[in-house]
Design a binder for this molecule. Structure first.
Ligand code: NCD
Ligand code: ZN
Length: 448
């Protein structure tokens, strides 16, 4: 199979080249290759490595009315994303190898694109739990610093919790310090939802307006969590990954930690780069998420962090709740929104507006693939890599419309937005997506 005549983004930069594929793997990337089988006409198109979204919430198992692996991966495929890495707050939460294996089997039966799985760190987790999850294929571990755990429902809840014997306290900095050496030994990343519960408690209030949401989740919560987790990670020599970075203060705190040698990656999301609180009147509760979409100044700082390469990863925090749930009053609408389908388009637009469209595949594919240990198989168009390819038309346009969303939920913070690109065709291991099942991806360098 030959992708002929396109502009290919390779690890050495963009070039005119053909891409030869055999058995789902890229074998050559050179100009003037002769076809011996099927030819895909890529003239006038960008040939990009498929997106790797390291922050999605499949809701599967647990909340089929919100999403499942089939609808999640259809949305991903439509947006040029060929690997999704699912967060562990499904039900039962992914806190053991057994739960992880059962979830992998379920995902295998439904997924249209490849998938990876994060494991959960609970305040009661042991090093052995993590070792077993790593052996079962976890890409890394996520700790929700401000979310408690319901023992009866085996579920991560959105609040730190009060005096309730059913609620296990959130993982805290002590939990991180206790488990970081084990994570470091495994060579896997330690990911955090960076909101400090004591800061949140000090600002708690009823959420009647968007302003209340902003005041209840101040940037200090992000900065404090990040700073403390960074100190722990640095001491243990573990790689810290900060999910959905949302604030200028968080960014500055992360840069301070990087300056003293902390191994740390920053992920932000299209919604933090393209929207600010000013958009709420137009967009409504689709914008309700945690951490919140903040001020125009926060947005500008994040865009600048991305431009400078300090923020290396853009993933989505694709977190669907039902259209009906999201149409409730602001106080009652749950936090989180779908996003995987508009990830690549958003980033192509941002990169183009920054003056270098080729930054997009670095944020969306190359850097996230490296984070989850897939740097030898995903995230690049080069010999030896899986032929996960998005063909993008730089002369096409896409206006985001609710009815074209493939997620089980149709609301989108990007609805109505126009992008100067169109995704034409998407291939997973050399086959048009949909023609083949997704496989589970596992980090290449797991210990043991
Ligand atoms: C996420 C969800 O709904 O699972 N919600 C959100 O607002 N981001 C949880 C999370 O990523 O923190
Ligand atoms: Zn989160």
């Amino acid at each position: 199979m030959l992708f002929k005549g396109g502009t290919v983004y390779t690890p050495e930069g963009a070039r005119h080249a053909d891409v030869l594929v055999a058995d789902g793997v890229i074998t050559r990337v050179e100009p003037g290759l002769e076809p011996s089988g099927r030819v895909v006409d890529a003239r006038g198109l960008y040939v990009l490595p498929g997106g790797v979204d390291v922050h999605v919430h499949s809701r599967d198992p647990g909340f089929p009315e919100k999403e499942d692996f089939a609808s999640l991966t259809e949305a991903a495929a439509a947006g040029g994303v060929t690997v999704v890495v699912d967060m562990p707050n499904t039900v039962p939460a992914v806190d053991s190898a057994g739960v992880l294996e059962a979830k992998a089997a379920l995902a295998r039966s439904k997924a249209r694109v490849d998938f990876g799985l994060w494991g959960l760190i609970r305040s009661s987790s042991t090093a052995q739990d993590l070792e077993e999850m790593a052996a079962a294929g976890a890409v890394g571990f996520k700790a929700y610093l401000a979310y408690s755990f319901s023992l009866s429902r085996k579920q991560v809840l959105y609040s730190p919790g009060v005096d309730d014997p059913d609620l296990e306290a959130p993982a805290d900095y002590g939990t991180l310090a206790r488990l970081a050496p084990a994570v470091a030994r495994l060579g896997l990343p330690l990911a955090i939802h960076a909101e400090d519960p004591t800061v949140l408690a000090a600002f708690q209030r009823p959420l009647l307006t968007y302003g209340d949401l902003l005041e209840s989740r101040p940037p200090e919560a992000e900065a404090v969590a990040l700073s403390a987790a960074a100190a722990v990670a640095r001491e243990a020599g573990v790689h810290l990954h900060v999910a959905h970075l949302s604030s200028a203060l968080g960014l500055q705190t992360a840069e301070d930690a990087m300056r003293v040698g902390t191994e740390l990656t920053l992920e932000t999301c299209p919604q933090f780069l393209l929207l600010s609180a000013d958009d709420f009147d137009r967009v409504g509760s689709a914008m309700k998420m945690l951490p919140p979409i903040r001020t125009a100044a926060d947005r500008a700082a994040l865009v600048d962090g991305l431009r400078r390469g300090v923020i290396s990863i853009v993933s989505t925090d694709h977190a669907p709740h039902t259209d009906e749930e999201k149409s409730r009053s602001f106080a009652e609408a749950p936090a989180g929104s779908p996003g995987v389908q508009t990830l690549y388009l958003s980033c192509l637009q941002l990169a183009k507006d920054m003056g270098d469209v080729w930054l997009a595949p670095r944020w969306v594919s190359e850097a996230p693939a490296r984070l989850v240990g897939l740097e030898q198989s995903k995230g690049a168009i080069a010999p030896g890599y899986d032929a996960d390819i998005a063909l993008v038309d730089p002369k096409g346009t896409t206006t985001v419309a609710a009815h074209e969303m493939r997620s089980r939920q149709r609301h989108s913070v990007m609805a109505g937005r126009r992008f100067d690109f169109a995704i034409r065709e998407v291939f997973l291991r050399g086959e048009l997506v949909g023609a083949t099942h997704g496989r589970m991806v596992r980090p290449a360098l797991v210990f043991g």
